[in-house]
Design a binder for this molecule. Structure first.
Ligand code: 5AD
Length: 431
């Protein structure tokens, strides 16, 4: 579902009898415009939420201001204090690809004024390119079994002290129905460890059943499977994949992913792209020995794969893994990476990841959304399993109701809007 933008109603036209919608003029930070309105009882002075050219509901002035503050933060930037070479880079991103050294320069910022300018530039690009395309997506973590042994992950094969679970196919399907039909979600990620208990037929059966009963975009996040598996899931109706390459540094990759091949992972992602999947990929920030050059390469790799969604989060130590004592990735770097990703990939979806929220809580959401990110991903795993999907401890949950109230309007128009926006933004993306 897409989060709508608040605006104040300036005037309401007398509607012609029989017409289902009214015409209203609204004012927001970009000026005034006349749009259609669904709610029947709109008056001048009211606040509404609108998306594209449709006001979808009335809201209170307090709520409108709270949302506006989140989406349109005021940062004071004194340009005269900024280094001219730095400003050149911010300007250059509008007309050409940034070079690796320029990306590194941006990621190395330590100065508050430059940081503010970078985050603000990313926010301006997000506003200009994707103004009303804020979305809330859901993730259902259906199994925490995993055959891999990644050193950073609490679900790794060698984690003996966790309670493993698997949701039955019908339970998964019903959780999606509930998220879509009752709560209004339009895009759901189905995630698990690399768990081959679920055969291709089972996963395809789940996807088909969901698609038969509700209109929803399904993203699979089920790890490294064969190309044939991904082809079958695409045929069954899966729309996207969420599959991070974790790091572009091959030596680092090998050191933390025993028995896995970096080349194969990247090759699989490229195949998925060719199959027509919407690609959500990215990496971890703060891995042992990771350098700022590595992070620049991570961003470049994400773009070169043709990512439609950039998924980047800080590493968070889990006490049951070999990296228990390694410090967490930095929130400040995560925000810079979010901003630089927006500079390089102006149309991509960039969610605020749960890992950033876990480090910074609600502030993480606010900071992420004002630094180039444009979506949130809420955890919809049934309560009884949630604590056991412990990739890392103390995952953040909070204020979901506030966001759902303004981001999840259930009507068909909401799905249509997302469909259209996805199509516009990604041209070749088919539903
Ligand atoms: N901290 C942060 N993110 C993690 N992931 C796995 N373990 C951790 C951790 N300790 C991320 C990986 C994986 C995604 C499902 O979770 O990037 O792709």
């Amino acid at each position: 579902m897409c989060l709508t933008i608040p605006a104040k109603v300036v005037s309401v036209e007398n509607s012609c009898a029989g017409l289902p919608v009214k015409r209203i003029t609204i004012r927001d930070s970009k000026g005034e415009k006349t749009i259609n309105a669904l709610p029947a009882d709109i008056r001048a002075g009211d606040w509404v939420l609108y998306a594209s050219d449709m006001a979808v509901e009335k809201i209170s002035e307090d709520d409108a201001r709270e949302i506006l503050e989140l989406l349109e933060p005021k940062r004071y930037i004194d340009i005269s204090r900024l280094d001219s070479a730095f400003l050149e880079i911010l300007k250059a991103c509008h007309t050409r690809e940034l070079r690796r050294e320029e990306i590194i320069r941006l990621l190395c910022i330590g100065d508050d004024a430059e940081t503010n300018a970078l985050l603000s530039e990313a926010n301006t690009i997000r506003q200009a390119r994707l103004r009303d395309f804020f979305c809330i997506h859901g993730i259902i973590e259906f199994s925490n079994h995993c055959v891999r042994n990644c050193l950073y992950c609490g679900l790794r094969r060698d984690s003996k002290d966790i309670r493993r679970y698997r949701m039955a196919p019908d339970e998964i399907v019903n959780s999606v129905y509930d998220a879509v039909n009752r709560r209004g979600y339009k895009l759901i990620v189905l995630q698990s460890g690399d768990d081959f208990f679920y055969t291709d037929d089972m996963l395809c059966g789940i996807i088909r059943k969901i698609k038969e009963k509700c209109r929803v975009f399904i993203f699979m996040s089920v790890g490294e499977r064969s190309r044939a598996s991904y082809e079958k899931m695409k045929d069954a109706g899966a729309n996207g994949v969420l599959f991070r390459f974790e790091t572009s540094n091959k030596a680092l990759y090998s050191s933390i992913h025993p028995g896995q091949s970096h080349d194969e992972r990247i090759a699989l992602l490229r195949e998925m792209k060719k199959m027509g999947y919407f690609i959500a990929t990215g990496f971890l920030i703060g891995l042992p020995g990771q350098t700022v050059e590595d992070i620049a390469d991570d961003i470049i790799t994400t773009k070169s794969i043709g990512a439609n969604m950039v998924s980047v989060g800080p590493f968070i130590p889990s006490d049951i893994t070999p990296l228990a004592l390694h410090p967490a990735g930095s929130a400040a770097m995560t925000l810079k990476v979010t901003a630089v990703s927006r500079l390089l990939m102006p149309k991509a979806k960039i969610p605020v990841t749960t890992a950033l929220e876990t480090i910074e809580n609600e502030e993480g959401r606010r900071l992420g959304l004002s630094s180039g990110a444009n979506s949130l991903m809420f955890n919809l795993t049934p309560e009884k399993y949630r604590d056991d999907y412990r990739i890392y401890p103390n995952k953040y949950h909070g204020k979901e109701e506030f966001w759902e109230k303004y981001g999840l309007y259930k009507e068909e128009i909401s799905y249509k809007m997302l469909e259209r926006k996805m199509f516009e933004a990604f041209e070749s993306f088919e539903v």
